[in-house]
Design a protein around this ligand. Structure first.
Ligand SMILES: Nc1nc2c(ncn2[C@@H]2O[C@H](COP(=O)(O)OP(=O)(O)O)[C@@H](O)[C@H]2O)c(=O)[nH]1
Ligand SMILES: [Mg+2]
Length: 379
């Protein structure tokens, strides 16, 4: 269905869609819906994460009175559409075409303002989830308990517990306890919103286990503590290794990307966009005063690998660089395979894009830091 048709079928909210009319591949992109009450912060989230708006500027955002569609096309892995909904949307109105809205939806992000009374928001959450689940049981439901910058840690924990409890109880009462809700504490004034969005986006990448596997192999053979595969423009990470993510490391890596882009813009620039500032020569090494090293390498036009490692382990930089090249090659193969898969899916007119299981036969070799070579099989 293209957006012309959407407009006809959905005149109340659809008469001012932004972006190109739908063509071929667009319809295959998974869709992320942003829903929640008015002024809960939906448009702010979308602007801050994907359009580099500074958090303070969101104070001047006008309220959304139509569905705003935003095409995110940063890399071959991160391709989706975000639909920002007006808060006052009513599912029971005849013009609300729930099959069209929820049908092609990958994830539904429901935003709750933690600085406000949330009982009304919980009722709306329940209605939204119930309706969406009936149309499309494969949707991932993500609840952002938002604006937690203004509240104490105790209050944060208590509201998360309370909201979780009430929301799941409501679903259980309706006999829908098979629906899984994920909860995230977020704010646009720190990195929590990027972290939460990273997790949402990751669930929409069918190749995630392969990417994680490659990162695990890379770090264990290179003496790296933590590695993130970043989408440079949005600073969301599309994969990381299996060790737990702590917010501080993530923030450090985000800051490093900012430094690299800013420096390239000032000293290394030919074009004037951020993308021109990040190219295949991009790499950076930052030594911190606690014997830790941050190491950034370009993976492709849109992705960067950012690693945290101890200074001692960096003495064998050659091994790390060699392993990185193997890693990059493996990622390229995953990309190629995905492209092939998408093309064949286009030919078959197969809409079941999210289900496409990835099977790759790529084989590559990484050198372990103790000199052994390790075979990596991409599956
Ligand atoms: N303190 C705080 N305010 C926020 C945050 N996110 C959004 N806001 C504010 O909430 C208000 C409503 O935001 P808006 O994005 O228009 O909400 P929407 O109606 O859900 O799209 C704006 O004044 C934002 O500046 C946040 O994380 N913390
Ligand atoms: Mg809005």
């Amino acid at each position: 269905m293209n957006y012309q048709e959407v407009e006809e079928r959905y005149p109340t909210y659809g008469d001012d869609f932004e972006g190109e009319p739908g063509v071929g591949t667009q319809d295959q992109k998974p869709r992320i819906l942003l829903m929640g009450l008015r002024r809960s912060g939906k448009s702010s989230i979308q602007k801050v994460v994907f359009h580099k708006m500074s958090p303070n500027e969101t104070l001047f955002l006008e309220s959304t009175n139509k569905i705003v569609k935003d095409d995110i096309n940063n890399s071959s892995f991160v391709q989706f559409q975000i639909w920002d909904f007006p808060g006052q949307i009513d599912f029971f109105e005849p013009t609300f075409d729930s099959d069209m809205i929820f049908g092609g939806c990958g994830a539904l992000v429901f935003v709750i303002d933690a600085q406000d009374e949330y009982l009304e928001a919980l009722t709306k959450l329940n209605q939204t989830v119930t309706k969406a689940y009936k149309v499309n049981p494969r949707i991932k439901f993500e609840v952002f308990i938002h604006k937690v910058d203004g509240v104490s840690d105790d209050f944060k924990m208590e509201s998360q517990r309370d909201i979780h409890q009430r929301a799941t109880d409501d679903l259980a009462d309706a006999g829908l306890d098979q629906i899984h809700l994920s909860f995230h504490l977020t704010s646009i004034y720190d990195h929590s919103i990027f972290e939460a969005f990273s997790k949402v986006v990751q669930k929409l990448i069918p190749q995630l286990p392969t990417l994680e596997n490659l990162l695990n192999i890379l770090i264990s053979n290179s003496g790296i503590e933590k590695a993130f595969l970043f989408d440079v423009v949005s600073k969301i990470y599309i994969a990381t290794d299996a060790s737990p993510v702590d917010m501080q490391s993530y923030e450090l890596c985000c800051d490093m990307i900012d430094v690299v882009i800013d420096l390239s813009c000032i000293y290394g620039l030919q074009g004037s966009t951020d993308i021109a500032a990040f190219d295949n020569q991009s790499s950076s090494l930052i030594k911190l005063n606690n014997s830790t090293i941050l190491y950034l390498r370009e993976v492709n036009k849109f992705l960067a690998l950012v690693c945290i490692l101890r200074e001692d382990n960096f003495s064998r930089q050659g091994v790390i660089d060699y392993n990185f090249l193997c890693f990059r090659e493996a990622i390229e193969r995953v990309f190629e395979l995905r492209l092939k898969q998408q093309k064949s899916q286009c030919l078959q007119h197969d809409d079941d894009f999210l289900d496409g299981a990835m099977v790759a036969n790529g084989r590559t070799q990484m050198n372990a830091s103790d000199g052994e070579s390790v075979d990596v099989i991409v599956t």
